[in-house]
Design a protein. Structure first.
Length: 94
């Protein structure tokens, strides 16, 4: 291998290494953003089928259609009272 071939091979190796490092930096940044999003609490999104999805309550989103959410929200005081009455029977997630 000539000197120029050796230099060319070393340059190619460095370019490849540089690209790998850029990809690692990009993935770490994306990871940090996802972690931050996950720890910010609840978030709302419109599902692919046009329903409202609440993320952050558990492993899976809670997804209901608009009229279902409105019915459930109309019962908010009843749900709070039910929880108060049955407090001793109910468990909390830690």
């Amino acid at each position: 291998m000539t000197d120029s071939e050796a230099v060319a091979a070393e340059l190619e190796r460095l370019r490849s290494e540089n690209q790998s490092l850029r990809e690692i930096i990009s993935l770490r940044s994306e990871n940090a953003g996802l972690r931050k999003e996950a720890t910010q609490g609840l978030s709302l999104k419109v599902s692919g089928k046009g329903a409202v999805s609440v993320y952050g309550l558990g492993r899976f989103p809670v997804t209901l259609y608009k009229e279902q959410w409105l019915r459930l929200l109309g019962l908010a005081d009843d749900v709070r009272e039910f929880i108060r009455i049955h407090d001793q029977q109910l468990k909390t997630r830690g």
